[in-house]
Ligand binder design. Sequence first.
Ligand code: MTE
Ligand code: HPA
Ligand code: MOS
Length: 759
Amino acid sequence: MKNIDSKSHVRGESVYLDDIPLVEGTLFACVFDSPVAHGKLKSVDTTEAQTSEGVFRVITAKDLIGENQIGGIVPDEPLLADGEVHFQGMPIVIVVVTSETLAHKAAKKITADIEPLEVVTDPRVAAADGDLIVPPKKFVLGDAASAFANCAHVFEGKTEQNGQEHLYIETQGAYAVPTENGGLKVYSSTQGPTAVQRAVCRVTGLAMHQVEVDVQRLGGGFGGKEDQANAWAGICAVATQLTKRPVKYALHRMEDMRMTGKRHPYSSDYKIGLDRDLKIVAYEATFYQNAGASCDLSPPVLERTLFHCTNSYYIPNVTATAYSCRTNLPPNTAFRGFGGPQGMFVIESAIAHAAEKLNVAASEIQRRNLIDDGDEFPYGQKAESDAITSWTQAEEKYDFATLQKEAVEFNASSRYFKKGVAMMPVCFGISFTKTPMNQARSLVHVYTDGSVAVSTGAVEMGQGVNTKMAQVAARMFGLEIDSVKVHTTNTLRIANTSPTAASAAADLNGKATQLACETIRKRLLEVALPLVEAANIDDLSLADGFVYRSGERTSLAWAPLVMEAHLKRVNLSEHSHYATPGIGFDWSIAKGHPFAYHVYGTAVVGVTVDCLRGRYEVDYVKCCHDFGTSMNTAVDLGQIEGGIVQGLGWMTMEEVVYDDDGKLRSNALSTYKVPDIYSIPAEIAVLPLETTRENMAIFNSKAVGEPPLMYGIGAYFAIRNAVKAYSDCSPAFDLPFTPEKVLMNLYNSDLVDMKAINS
Ligand code: MTE
Ligand code: HPA
Ligand code: MOS
């Protein structure tokens, strides 16, 4: 089934924040943001801006009626800088102006006197200074320190991982409209309507019941709008509160790139110990997370790095420590995988390092250490593992041995082009690691004409969650999908939402929808009993728009049944709540059962490197992926393809560059390269994992949003293998592996002999 938005998307009719018709009198906000990364804010001069054309109001921190604070986990993030600036791009002043263009002009007229302070951009420097966002976190399984003593082989090294710009097509933005008695209605491009509601209430001093947040859909979020939509909604809300006028702010692309946080860069150390059979006996990892200037979501991201630090492997002795380091960069935030990919890259690097030194294929080490049923993750949960199955099915179906052999043969006969192949297993835990977040609500109305309206806490951001919600209701009522309309995500209809994140939105909101529909379905079947002369509702079912009795279609259709129920004064609406059962985590011992289930998969990644130019192409990403039983193969395939390409981008070309002054150099698409249509692998193959296992997903259809991104990690190792086939080098585990870096590795030690190359 197609995504229900596909037609309106293609016609350009889908409504995003910028398409909302504006209320008369709407003003436009723009911020003056810090030109320096760290300093004492001594004074701000807004006099010129005050008289700039169209300016209605200028707002600084002291004007706020509520609290100047939007930090959700740690209160370390003022909405507007006051006394100090922590990063380049930090909002200092809001101008509220009659047009968007004039707003930008007015903001440019503001100046600030800032006394520079030391700028830190390196997480290891921050850690050495003791500047941590929260105390370090640690996972321990077995006794790594003493296990290393008995290992046949021990290797140590370091990895550097880059950030990643979300580059959602729709930039951040919000639109606040005053409602009566000082209330507010806020339209926001957010993954977390309740997070926006809380932030708006905090900065305006309003109670939550006075603020309505409404989200139609996002033009992409990818984690970047889980927490970081709050600031722009807060800015519009404050401006509306102070001007009594509707205020809109949709960021310019360069503002968005400069002022918002990205995927966390990490610097990490690893130590891996193996026995003679290539079994990994001990693993030690230390992660230095570059959190940026304030906490944002850094602690749970850091935690997920630890949760996934052994990826799909069982390692009996593990010590993993993680530091969230405060630097003078924009606060880094959630990004597809939420720290998990960073943890996985480090163990994959350690394995590649060991393979290189032991002169075996990394896949040999990977395969021998895959986690099996009953094996314990470092956080205490026991695996119900499909790691081995997915590996074997990928290996066999795609004939990994032949792919490897072909690469070797190709490399033997090709002088300047080299092929590299790598396996990339993935194991990703599904559930918010913060247990209380694993709950959702759904409101279902059946109208007297038989049409169905569904509202949930899930936000549509291109991942197809609305399509899945409509499918759930349609399946429960035995209707066509056109009979179901999924409405905006709105805090008046659905309160206290968790953000649409952790790949869990379809599960959580789908299960709540299923519960609501089941309640209404039962009521309707009770009404149907006498009409179809049945004794028990268990004999009845709903399908194809009719009531079925003992599997036989009756003459009672859906719409007349609904009308009959209404005339009998039966409730045709239901609001249900779902909370994932059986999960929990105890941070005091760092053990528990945090995940409802894991998603497993294995990809084979193949590349060809042009060893003269350093350029490369990804020839294929072929994966065996665990969908459970997909409820929408078109949507899920889209998630796999999109995730893989986003992962490839992170590994190979997306280079977030800040200079030592904390200034973002890659601040536009001219300097920040993302995958385009030409960088998509020539082949993406997806083989659904064959498994009969039950799971806790909605209709057994497993979460799919984030896990595929991590298949992309295989590209780094495939490129590395190709580079090593050309020159006797050992490329650093340093992301992204841009063509420039490939070239520097290829011609690492010796001066390039141009004559030899040209011959
Ligand atoms: N797909 C699209 N098209 N756009 C997005 O913004 N976000 C990803 C993923 N897939 C995203 C996407 C992220 S980070 C998550 S957590 C999940 O979708 C969230 O949606 P789900 O819980 O419905 O899978
Ligand atoms: N994943 C994504 N977002 C989150 C999580 C998580 O585990 N925890 C809090 N926000
Ligand atoms: Mo996704 S990073 O959990 O929004």
